[in-house]
Design a protein around this ligand. Structure first.
Ligand SMILES: [Zn+2]
Length: 311
C-alpha cells in the first residue's frame, strides 16, 4: 500500500484548481457571457461567433424599466464569464447578481465614456430610473440609458465587446478582431444609410412613447417635442395628453410612436385626438416578428417606421 504524502494531495488539489480556472472555457469551446437586452446580445454574437454562448436577461416583449428579475437568474450570472451591461441605470436590478456571482464574473459597462443624455432637465418628461445602481454616482439614476439606438455609439459598444472577449479568451483573439472589424464596417454602413434617409425627412420633430430615441435623435438632428409616458410605467394625465395633441398640431406631426413593450393605449388615444396615425417603433427587438433577426435589421425596421411618419 502506498502512503500518500501531503505533497501528493496538494498536487492534486492545485491541479484541480488549474483545470477549473483555465481549462473550462477553452475545453468547453465557448465563453459563457450574459447581457441584459437582445440588441446587445446580437452585437456580442456578431463579434463572438462560434466561440461565445450568449444569454440575455430580458424576455422578448418586456420593458427594461419595469423589469423584476427572478432569483433563479443568479445561476446564469454564476456560470457567466463576462456580464456586458449597458449601464446608465438600465440594469438597476443587477447589483446583487454581480455581487453574488463573485470575482469570476468580469463586468463590462458599455456606456462607459459615452456622452450620456441627462433626463432631469428635460421639459418633456423625466425618463430617469428610480433605483440606484451600485456605488456609481448619482448621474446614472438620471441618465437616459437607450444608447444602443445610436449606431455610432453602438460601434463604441462593439469595440468594448471585442476588447473584453480578446482579453478573456486570448486564444481566439484574431477571430474576434476579424469578426469585430467586419461588424464595425456594417454598423458604419447602417449609420450612413440612416443619415441619407433622415436627410430626406420633411418633418424633423416627433412624439414618442418614452424617451428611447433621444440618442438617435441627437445623432441625426431630429427633435422630440413630446413624450407620452411621463415616467416608466406611468400613463400621462389628461392635461399632458392635451399638451401633446397641441404639439402634434403645431408641428404638423403625422404620427405618434408607440412601442410593443409598453401599453399602447395612451398612444392610440393621443393619435385619435390629434387625428394622426399610431405607429410602432421597437427599441428592443427579439420578438421574432417583422423579420427582424439582428440589431441591424431592427434599426432597419425602425427606419421604415420613421420614414412613414416623417419623410
Ligand atoms: Zn426605454
Amino acid at each position: 500500500m502506498k502512503i500518500r504524502t501531503p505533497f501528493f494531495y496538494g498536487f492534486h488539489f492545485i491541479f484541480f484548481w488549474v483545470i477549473q480556472l483555465y481549462a473550462i472555457p477553452s475545453l468547453a469551446g465557448k465563453v459563457p457571457v450574459i447581457t441584459s437586452i437582445w440588441p446587445v446580445a446580437d452585437m456580442i454574437q456578431e463579434v463572438g461567433g462560434d466561440h461565445v454562448e450568449v444569454t440575455f436577461v430580458l424576455p422578448a416583449g418586456a420593458s427594461p424599466h419595469t423589469f423584476e428579475p427572478k432569483p433563479s437568474l443568479l445561476k446564469k450570472f454564476s456560470t457567466a464569464r463576462i456580464f456586458f451591461m449597458v449601464g446608465a441605470g438600465l440594469e438597476f436590478w443587477a447589483e446583487k447578481f454581480i455581487h453574488l456571482a463573485g470575482p469570476g464574473l468580469k463586468t463590462v459597462v458599455l456606456s462607459e465614456g459615452v456622452d450620456l443624455i441627462d433626463t432631469t432637465g428635460h421639459a418633456h418628461g423625466n425618463h430617469g430610473h428610480p433605483k440606484k445602481f451600485a456605488d456609481s454616482e448619482d448621474r446614472s439614476t438620471i441618465a437616459n440609458p437607450h444608447i444602443w439606438l445610436d449606431p455610432v455609439i453602438a460601434e463604441s459598444m462593439v469595440e468594448k465587446i471585442m476588447d473584453a472577449l480578446c482579453e478573456v479568451d486570448h486564444q481566439h483573439l484574431t477571430y474576434y478582431k476579424h469578426r469585430g472589424q467586419n461588424y464595425l464596417k456594417e454598423l458604419d454602413k447602417l449609420h450612413h444609410r440612416i443619415e441619407a434617409s433622415v436627410a430626406r425627412f420633411k418633418i424633423k420633430k416627433y412624439v414618442s412613447f418614452h424617451a428611447s430615441w433621444d440618442y438617435f435623435a441627437r445623432r441625426y438632428g431630429l427633435e422630440s417635442v413630446g413624450v407620452i409616458e411621463a415616467a416608466p410605467g406611468r400613463n400621462p394625465t389628461p392635461i399632458q395628453i392635451k399638451n401633446i395633441v397641441v404639439m402634434i398640431k403645431k408641428y404638423h406631426i403625422r404620427a405618434v410612436f408607440a412601442e410593443p413593450q409598453l401599453n399602447a393605449r395612451a398612444a392610440e388615444i393621443i393619435a385619435r385626438e390629434a387625428g394622426v396615425k399610431a405607429l410602432f417603433l421597437d427599441p428592443m427587438g427579439g420578438s421574432k416578428q417583422k423579420n427582424v433577426h439582428s440589431y441591424i435589421e431592427l434599426m432597419g425596421y425602425n427606419m421604415g417606421v420613421f420614414k412613414e411618419a416623417m419623410e
